[in-house]
Design a protein around this ligand. Structure first.
Ligand code: HMG
Ligand code: MG
Length: 298
């Protein structure tokens, strides 16, 4: 059956803004985070401590965290790929990090300049040190369904790599459809694959991009399998600069509309969120792709 409550993991400030061509000023990012918290979102993925040349859009991570007005009851996780990133994140006072792995060789190369095996050598000291410092660690796994260079990714391969992230000490594993090609049957099969391999469904989150318009259907399939943490980005911002043809994440407004209809609790004020996405669209100079934003703001 469906969960009574869903935790929305808002990735707009990170996954959304990392894919914008223009570099959003840090003051705008800070106002975005504040508005998202004001709309009731309690997990805001704030930025990444990656190489600034790889993702110039998030090169202001230090400034952002220094200016952040942290609210009680709100978590502000950040992406960290390696020990250099962890040093920077610790210096900035973060309490929650996410490492990000690839299920495929090509994307490990393109996104991390690594291999599927070597990425674990990079992550191992990050997770060990982060946990010793009392940080919570999420693990992302990219290309869980399809890869633009390798095609359909076998579920067994995805389960194997994802379990390594959990074994390393990640408290949660977010299954990424980086290029938005998955369909609901694949989602059910992958979650069953994890279950059969001994993973508790409560440790899984889902992260759908909406390239082929399947993100909401895939989310419903995951909820029916017992998943209760869903990644989304306000207004449907987002993508991944290292994966061809990836568009935005599932829009948080589209998710909230569906959860409301299903009577599932989420804690978000939809009007305040739509207002925030309309404001952000104005800052970016292009309309939100979210159907719900357009229906309600029209
Ligand atoms: P590399 O070039 O192999 O790094 O990149 P390196 O270890 O060889 O170091 C080279 C130089 O970079 C050194 O400086 C390091 O200090 C510096 P030098 O000694 O030459 O002066 N350096 C750093 N500087 C700042 N911060 C750091 C850092 N690390 C090294 N953290 C690296 C390897 C992992 C750094 C690079 O590939 C990288 O930054 N990748 C990040 C790519 C990225 O952010 N992608 C988007 C996020 S993933 C995603 O969006 C998918 C997701 O949404 C889920 C889904 O949709 O599937 C999560
Ligand atoms: Mg993503």
């Amino acid at each position: 059956g469906l969960p009574n409550q869903v935790t929305i993991w808002e990735v707009g400030p990170r996954d959304g803004l990392q894919n914008e061509k223009s570099i959003v000023p840090v003051e705008v990012k800070l106002e975005f985070l504040d508005r998202l918290a004001g709309a009731g979102l309690t997990t805001l993925e704030a930025t990444s401590f990656v190489h600034p040349k790889w993702v110039p859009q998030l090169a202001d991570a230090e400034q952002l965290l220094a200016g952040l007005d942290r609210r009680d009851g709100v978590r502000y996780p950040v992406l960290v790929p390696n020990e250099r990133g962890l040093d920077r994140a610790l210096e900035a006072g973060v309490a929650h990090i996410a490492i990000f792995a690839s299920a495929t060789e090509t994307f490990a190369q393109r996104n991390l300049n690594s291999t599927v095996d070597d990425q674990f050598a990079m992550f191992e000291p990050v997770v060990t040190r982060a946990r010793a410092e009392g940080l919570e660690v999420r693990g992302y796994l990219s290309m869980c369904f399809g890869d633009p260079w390798e095609g359909v990714v076998p579920a067994e391969q995805v389960v194997k790599v994802g379990k390594r992230l959990l074994d390393l000490g990640c408290s949660q594993l977010s299954l990424g459809d980086t290029i938005g090609v998955a369909t609901p049957g694949q989602v059910e099969a992958l979650i069953s694959g994890y279950r059969e391999a001994g993973t508790e469904v409560g440790a899984l989150a889902v992260h759908f991009h909406d390239t082929y318009g399947q993100a909401l259907s895939n989310t419903l399939a995951a909820l029916r399998c017992g998943v209760s943490t869903v990644d989304s980005s306000a207004g449907g911002l987002g993508g991944c600069p290292y994966a061809e043809s990836a568009t935005g994440n599932l829009a948080t407004e589209d998710l909230v509309w569906m959860l409301d209809g299903l009577g599932i609790e989420h804690g978000v004020n939809l009007d305040a969120l739509v207002e925030t996405s309309v404001w952000m669209a104005g800052r970016l100079g292009r309309p939100s792709p979210s159907r719900v934003v357009n229906a309600l703001a029209g």
